[in-house]
Ligand binder design. Structure first.
Ligand code: SAM
Length: 281
Protein backbone atom coordinates (compact mmCIF):
# COMPACT_ATOMS: atom_id res chain seq x y z
CA UNK A 1 0.00 0.00 0.00
CA UNK A 2 1.49 3.35 -0.94
CA UNK A 3 1.36 6.53 1.09
CA UNK A 4 -0.81 8.85 -0.96
CA UNK A 5 -2.08 10.43 2.26
CA UNK A 6 -1.82 10.10 6.02
CA UNK A 7 -5.20 8.38 6.43
CA UNK A 8 -5.37 4.83 7.79
CA UNK A 9 -5.04 1.81 5.46
CA UNK A 10 -8.33 0.84 3.80
CA UNK A 11 -8.38 -2.57 5.50
CA UNK A 12 -8.48 -0.79 8.88
CA UNK A 13 -11.25 1.51 7.64
CA UNK A 14 -13.31 -1.48 6.47
CA UNK A 15 -12.81 -3.27 9.78
CA UNK A 16 -13.57 -0.30 12.04
CA UNK A 17 -16.69 0.66 10.09
CA UNK A 18 -17.85 -2.94 9.60
CA UNK A 19 -17.97 -2.58 5.82
CA UNK A 20 -18.09 -6.27 4.94
CA UNK A 21 -18.72 -6.17 1.15
CA UNK A 22 -22.33 -6.75 0.07
CA UNK A 23 -22.96 -8.53 -3.22
CA UNK A 24 -26.38 -6.89 -3.56
CA UNK A 25 -24.66 -3.48 -3.85
CA UNK A 26 -21.99 -4.70 -6.29
CA UNK A 27 -19.30 -4.13 -3.69
CA UNK A 28 -15.85 -5.14 -4.93
CA UNK A 29 -13.48 -2.72 -3.26
CA UNK A 30 -10.12 -1.48 -4.52
CA UNK A 31 -7.66 -1.37 -1.65
CA UNK A 32 -4.46 -0.63 -3.58
CA UNK A 33 -4.01 3.13 -3.52
CA UNK A 34 -1.44 2.97 -6.35
CA UNK A 35 -4.15 1.49 -8.54
CA UNK A 36 -6.79 4.00 -7.48
CA UNK A 37 -4.28 6.79 -8.23
CA UNK A 38 -3.82 5.33 -11.71
CA UNK A 39 -7.59 5.32 -12.27
CA UNK A 40 -7.82 8.90 -10.95
CA UNK A 41 -5.11 10.06 -13.42
CA UNK A 42 -6.64 8.36 -16.47
CA UNK A 43 -8.51 11.48 -17.63
CA UNK A 44 -5.57 13.86 -17.12
CA UNK A 45 -4.94 16.47 -14.44
CA UNK A 46 -7.67 17.15 -11.91
CA UNK A 47 -6.61 20.60 -10.68
CA UNK A 48 -9.62 22.91 -10.74
CA UNK A 49 -11.93 20.02 -11.65
CA UNK A 50 -15.06 18.91 -9.82
CA UNK A 51 -15.29 15.12 -9.83
CA UNK A 52 -18.53 13.24 -9.37
CA UNK A 53 -17.81 9.78 -7.99
CA UNK A 54 -20.53 7.14 -7.88
CA UNK A 55 -20.18 4.50 -5.18
CA UNK A 56 -17.14 5.61 -3.14
CA UNK A 57 -17.58 2.76 -0.64
CA UNK A 58 -14.71 2.89 1.88
CA UNK A 59 -13.11 5.66 -0.21
CA UNK A 60 -9.99 4.29 -1.92
CA UNK A 61 -10.73 6.04 -5.20
CA UNK A 62 -12.08 9.10 -3.39
CA UNK A 63 -8.77 9.50 -1.58
CA UNK A 64 -6.85 9.19 -4.82
CA UNK A 65 -9.02 11.83 -6.52
CA UNK A 66 -8.42 14.26 -3.66
CA UNK A 67 -4.69 13.48 -3.46
CA UNK A 68 -4.47 14.03 -7.24
CA UNK A 69 -5.75 17.58 -6.69
CA UNK A 70 -9.46 17.53 -7.57
CA UNK A 71 -10.94 20.88 -6.54
CA UNK A 72 -14.01 19.12 -5.16
CA UNK A 73 -15.30 15.54 -5.12
CA UNK A 74 -19.02 14.86 -4.91
CA UNK A 75 -19.34 11.25 -3.75
CA UNK A 76 -22.75 9.56 -4.08
CA UNK A 77 -23.10 6.39 -2.00
CA UNK A 78 -26.15 4.23 -1.42
CA UNK A 79 -24.70 2.22 1.48
CA UNK A 80 -25.31 4.13 4.71
CA UNK A 81 -22.59 2.07 6.44
CA UNK A 82 -19.93 3.88 4.37
CA UNK A 83 -20.95 7.43 5.26
CA UNK A 84 -18.97 7.67 8.52
CA UNK A 85 -15.84 6.28 6.84
CA UNK A 86 -16.17 8.90 4.10
CA UNK A 87 -16.61 11.55 6.81
CA UNK A 88 -13.05 10.85 7.97
CA UNK A 89 -11.78 11.63 4.45
CA UNK A 90 -13.88 14.82 4.36
CA UNK A 91 -12.26 15.91 7.64
CA UNK A 92 -8.79 15.33 6.15
CA UNK A 93 -9.67 17.48 3.08
CA UNK A 94 -11.82 20.33 4.50
CA UNK A 95 -14.37 21.76 2.07
CA UNK A 96 -13.36 19.43 -0.79
CA UNK A 97 -15.50 16.33 -0.28
CA UNK A 98 -19.29 16.46 -0.44
CA UNK A 99 -20.87 13.16 0.63
CA UNK A 100 -24.31 12.45 -0.76
CA UNK A 101 -26.15 9.45 0.65
CA UNK A 102 -28.54 8.07 -1.96
CA UNK A 103 -29.13 6.16 -5.16
CA UNK A 104 -27.07 7.56 -8.04
CA UNK A 105 -29.80 6.52 -10.50
CA UNK A 106 -32.13 9.02 -8.82
CA UNK A 107 -29.63 11.80 -8.22
CA UNK A 108 -29.36 15.01 -10.24
CA UNK A 109 -25.61 14.87 -10.78
CA UNK A 110 -25.50 17.93 -13.05
CA UNK A 111 -26.95 20.04 -10.24
CA UNK A 112 -24.48 18.60 -7.72
CA UNK A 113 -21.50 19.22 -10.02
CA UNK A 114 -22.45 22.89 -10.47
CA UNK A 115 -20.51 25.23 -12.75
CA UNK A 116 -17.02 24.68 -14.15
CA UNK A 117 -15.11 21.66 -15.48
CA UNK A 118 -16.50 18.34 -14.29
CA UNK A 119 -15.43 14.73 -14.62
CA UNK A 120 -17.14 11.52 -13.59
CA UNK A 121 -14.80 8.90 -12.13
CA UNK A 122 -16.17 5.65 -10.71
CA UNK A 123 -15.58 2.00 -10.00
CA UNK A 124 -19.18 1.25 -10.84
CA UNK A 125 -21.48 -1.20 -9.12
CA UNK A 126 -21.91 -3.89 -11.78
CA UNK A 127 -25.71 -3.99 -11.50
CA UNK A 128 -26.32 -0.33 -12.37
CA UNK A 129 -23.23 0.50 -14.45
CA UNK A 130 -24.77 0.42 -17.92
CA UNK A 131 -27.92 2.27 -16.76
CA UNK A 132 -25.74 5.05 -15.37
CA UNK A 133 -23.62 5.19 -18.52
CA UNK A 134 -26.72 5.37 -20.72
CA UNK A 135 -28.01 8.20 -18.55
CA UNK A 136 -24.77 10.16 -18.96
CA UNK A 137 -24.52 9.65 -22.72
CA UNK A 138 -28.19 9.78 -23.77
CA UNK A 139 -29.06 13.17 -22.29
CA UNK A 140 -31.10 15.63 -24.35
CA UNK A 141 -28.64 18.44 -23.67
CA UNK A 142 -25.34 18.17 -25.54
CA UNK A 143 -22.48 18.89 -24.89
CA UNK A 144 -23.29 17.40 -21.49
CA UNK A 145 -22.47 18.77 -18.04
CA UNK A 146 -19.41 16.50 -17.80
CA UNK A 147 -16.12 16.80 -19.72
CA UNK A 148 -15.11 13.16 -19.39
CA UNK A 149 -16.05 9.81 -17.88
CA UNK A 150 -13.47 7.42 -16.38
CA UNK A 151 -15.35 4.25 -15.50
CA UNK A 152 -14.47 0.77 -14.32
CA UNK A 153 -16.62 -1.95 -15.90
CA UNK A 154 -16.49 -5.67 -16.37
CA UNK A 155 -14.20 -6.15 -19.40
CA UNK A 156 -17.05 -7.66 -21.40
CA UNK A 157 -19.10 -4.46 -20.95
CA UNK A 158 -16.06 -2.29 -21.74
CA UNK A 159 -15.64 -4.18 -25.02
CA UNK A 160 -19.27 -3.52 -25.90
CA UNK A 161 -18.77 0.20 -25.28
CA UNK A 162 -15.79 0.55 -27.65
CA UNK A 163 -16.81 -2.05 -30.29
CA UNK A 164 -16.94 -1.23 -34.02
CA UNK A 165 -19.19 -2.66 -36.75
CA UNK A 166 -18.28 -6.27 -37.41
CA UNK A 167 -16.96 -6.87 -33.87
CA UNK A 168 -18.86 -9.56 -32.00
CA UNK A 169 -19.39 -7.09 -29.11
CA UNK A 170 -20.92 -4.42 -31.38
CA UNK A 171 -24.40 -3.48 -30.18
CA UNK A 172 -26.69 -0.78 -28.80
CA UNK A 173 -24.17 0.47 -26.25
CA UNK A 174 -21.45 0.76 -28.94
CA UNK A 175 -23.72 2.81 -31.18
CA UNK A 176 -24.88 5.13 -28.41
CA UNK A 177 -21.37 5.71 -27.06
CA UNK A 178 -19.75 5.89 -30.51
CA UNK A 179 -22.34 8.42 -31.64
CA UNK A 180 -21.66 10.93 -28.90
CA UNK A 181 -18.23 10.06 -27.51
CA UNK A 182 -14.70 9.05 -28.27
CA UNK A 183 -14.37 5.89 -26.18
CA UNK A 184 -11.30 3.79 -25.41
CA UNK A 185 -10.21 1.10 -22.98
CA UNK A 186 -7.43 2.64 -20.88
CA UNK A 187 -6.27 -0.54 -19.09
CA UNK A 188 -7.45 -3.85 -17.67
CA UNK A 189 -7.57 -4.75 -13.99
CA UNK A 190 -7.41 -8.38 -12.87
CA UNK A 191 -9.82 -9.88 -10.33
CA UNK A 192 -7.15 -10.04 -7.59
CA UNK A 193 -7.05 -6.25 -7.36
CA UNK A 194 -10.51 -6.29 -5.77
CA UNK A 195 -11.84 -7.35 -2.38
CA UNK A 196 -13.59 -9.70 -2.82
CA UNK A 197 -12.25 -10.68 -6.26
CA UNK A 198 -14.99 -10.82 -8.91
CA UNK A 199 -15.10 -13.76 -11.35
CA UNK A 200 -14.04 -11.67 -14.34
CA UNK A 201 -11.44 -9.15 -15.48
CA UNK A 202 -12.40 -5.48 -15.35
CA UNK A 203 -11.41 -2.57 -17.59
CA UNK A 204 -11.15 1.16 -17.10
CA UNK A 205 -12.93 2.95 -19.93
CA UNK A 206 -12.44 6.58 -20.84
CA UNK A 207 -15.15 8.48 -22.71
CA UNK A 208 -14.90 12.07 -23.93
CA UNK A 209 -17.83 13.89 -25.52
CA UNK A 210 -17.77 14.71 -29.21
CA UNK A 211 -18.50 18.42 -29.48
CA UNK A 212 -20.57 18.01 -32.66
CA UNK A 213 -22.08 14.55 -32.91
CA UNK A 214 -24.38 13.91 -35.87
CA UNK A 215 -27.77 15.41 -35.14
CA UNK A 216 -30.63 13.00 -34.37
CA UNK A 217 -33.28 12.48 -31.68
CA UNK A 218 -31.90 10.31 -28.85
CA UNK A 219 -35.23 8.53 -28.38
CA UNK A 220 -35.41 7.45 -32.02
CA UNK A 221 -31.82 6.25 -31.98
CA UNK A 222 -32.61 4.15 -28.92
CA UNK A 223 -35.68 2.69 -30.61
CA UNK A 224 -33.95 1.75 -33.87
CA UNK A 225 -30.92 0.21 -32.14
CA UNK A 226 -33.20 -1.70 -29.77
CA UNK A 227 -35.19 -3.16 -32.67
CA UNK A 228 -32.16 -3.82 -34.89
CA UNK A 229 -29.96 -5.48 -32.26
CA UNK A 230 -32.92 -7.28 -30.68
CA UNK A 231 -32.58 -9.59 -33.69
CA UNK A 232 -28.99 -8.83 -34.64
CA UNK A 233 -28.51 -11.65 -37.13
CA UNK A 234 -31.71 -11.00 -39.06
CA UNK A 235 -31.86 -8.68 -42.05
CA UNK A 236 -32.97 -5.17 -41.12
CA UNK A 237 -36.12 -5.41 -43.26
CA UNK A 238 -37.17 -8.08 -40.77
CA UNK A 239 -35.74 -6.82 -37.48
CA UNK A 240 -37.11 -3.29 -37.91
CA UNK A 241 -40.68 -4.49 -38.50
CA UNK A 242 -41.57 -3.78 -34.88
CA UNK A 243 -41.16 -0.08 -35.73
CA UNK A 244 -43.74 -0.19 -38.56
CA UNK A 245 -42.93 0.01 -42.28
CA UNK A 246 -39.34 -1.26 -42.20
CA UNK A 247 -38.88 -1.03 -45.97
CA UNK A 248 -39.75 2.69 -46.08
CA UNK A 249 -37.55 3.37 -43.10
CA UNK A 250 -34.56 1.69 -44.72
CA UNK A 251 -35.18 3.40 -48.03
CA UNK A 252 -35.42 6.82 -46.37
CA UNK A 253 -32.15 6.11 -44.54
CA UNK A 254 -30.42 4.92 -47.74
CA UNK A 255 -29.69 1.47 -46.29
CA UNK A 256 -30.12 -1.78 -48.21
CA UNK A 257 -32.98 -3.98 -47.01
CA UNK A 258 -30.73 -7.03 -46.67
CA UNK A 259 -28.14 -5.51 -44.31
CA UNK A 260 -27.83 -6.69 -40.70
CA UNK A 261 -27.51 -4.58 -37.53
CA UNK A 262 -24.00 -5.80 -36.77
CA UNK A 263 -22.68 -4.33 -40.07
CA UNK A 264 -24.22 -0.86 -39.81
CA UNK A 265 -21.95 1.97 -38.62
CA UNK A 266 -23.12 4.74 -36.28
CA UNK A 267 -23.90 7.02 -39.26
CA UNK A 268 -26.36 4.42 -40.58
CA UNK A 269 -28.21 4.23 -37.27
CA UNK A 270 -28.33 8.02 -37.10
CA UNK A 271 -29.89 8.05 -40.60
CA UNK A 272 -32.42 5.43 -39.46
CA UNK A 273 -33.26 7.45 -36.34
CA UNK A 274 -33.79 10.59 -38.42
CA UNK A 275 -35.94 8.66 -40.89
CA UNK A 276 -38.03 7.23 -38.09
CA UNK A 277 -38.50 10.66 -36.53
CA UNK A 278 -39.54 12.11 -39.90
CA UNK A 279 -41.90 9.24 -40.78
CA UNK A 280 -43.60 9.29 -37.38
CA UNK A 281 -43.94 13.10 -37.22
N1 SAM B 1 -15.29 3.05 -5.16
C1 SAM B 1 -15.08 1.93 -4.25
C2 SAM B 1 -13.82 1.20 -4.63
O1 SAM B 1 -13.35 1.42 -5.75
O2 SAM B 1 -13.31 0.46 -3.80
C3 SAM B 1 -16.27 0.97 -4.25
C4 SAM B 1 -16.65 0.40 -5.59
S1 SAM B 1 -17.87 -0.88 -5.52
C5 SAM B 1 -17.55 -1.69 -7.06
C6 SAM B 1 -19.41 -0.06 -5.92
C7 SAM B 1 -19.92 0.94 -4.88
O3 SAM B 1 -21.15 1.51 -5.37
C8 SAM B 1 -20.26 0.38 -3.53
O4 SAM B 1 -19.72 1.19 -2.52
C9 SAM B 1 -21.80 0.37 -3.47
O5 SAM B 1 -22.31 0.49 -2.17
C10 SAM B 1 -22.11 1.57 -4.31
N2 SAM B 1 -23.45 1.53 -4.96
C11 SAM B 1 -24.14 0.45 -5.41
N3 SAM B 1 -25.29 0.83 -6.01
C12 SAM B 1 -25.32 2.20 -5.92
C13 SAM B 1 -26.26 3.17 -6.35
N4 SAM B 1 -27.38 2.83 -7.00
N5 SAM B 1 -26.00 4.46 -6.10
C14 SAM B 1 -24.84 4.82 -5.44
N6 SAM B 1 -23.94 3.95 -5.02
C15 SAM B 1 -24.16 2.65 -5.25
Amino acid sequence: MSQIDDLPPLRDVIRRHELAPKKSLGQNFLLDLNLTARVARTGGRLDGVTVVEVGPGPGGLTRALLAEGAKRVVAIEKDSRAIAALGEIAARYPGRLDIVEGDALETDMAALAGEGPAQVVANLPYNVGTALLTGWVATEKWPPWWDGLTLMFQKEVAERIVARPGDSAYGRLSVLCGWRCEARIAFDVGPQAFTPPPKVTSSVVRLEPRQNPLDCPVRDLELVTQAAFGQRRKMLRQSLKSLGDAASLLEAAGIEQTRRAEEIPVEGFVALARARAALSA
